[in-house]
Design a protein around this ligand. Structure first.
Ligand SMILES: [Zn+2]
Ligand SMILES: [Zn+2]
Length: 85
């Protein structure tokens, strides 16, 4: 079922490992950006304002492309893994 939805482009799978697969619903006009821990696979939504929305508008204007969207994935070590290291 999930694979089917993924094929249809309705959801997108995030994450590096099967054990931490995380599905996100693709909704027009709304998106989330993510922080992903490369050590434990933990995924967290970025809770700061999206850093590239203004850039996206500029790209639309300059490229003529419409309905741009993006999802950012920042990879690194989460605080727990940093503490363990
Ligand atoms: Zn971690
Ligand atoms: Zn964003």
């Amino acid at each position: 079922m999930l694979v089917k939805l993924e094929e249809l482009g309705l959801i997108r799978r995030l994450g590096l490992h099967d054990r931490s697969a995380y599905y996100t619903l693709l909704q027009p006009g709304h998106h989330d950006d993510y922080l992903i821990c490369t050590q434990c696979g933990r995924i967290q939504r970025l809770d700061i304002a999206c850093p590239v929305e203004a850039l996206e508008k500029q790209i639309e204007k300059e490229s003529g492309f419409q309905k741009l969207y993006h999802e950012l994935e920042f990879y690194g070590l989460c605080p727990q893994c940093v503490a363990k290291a």
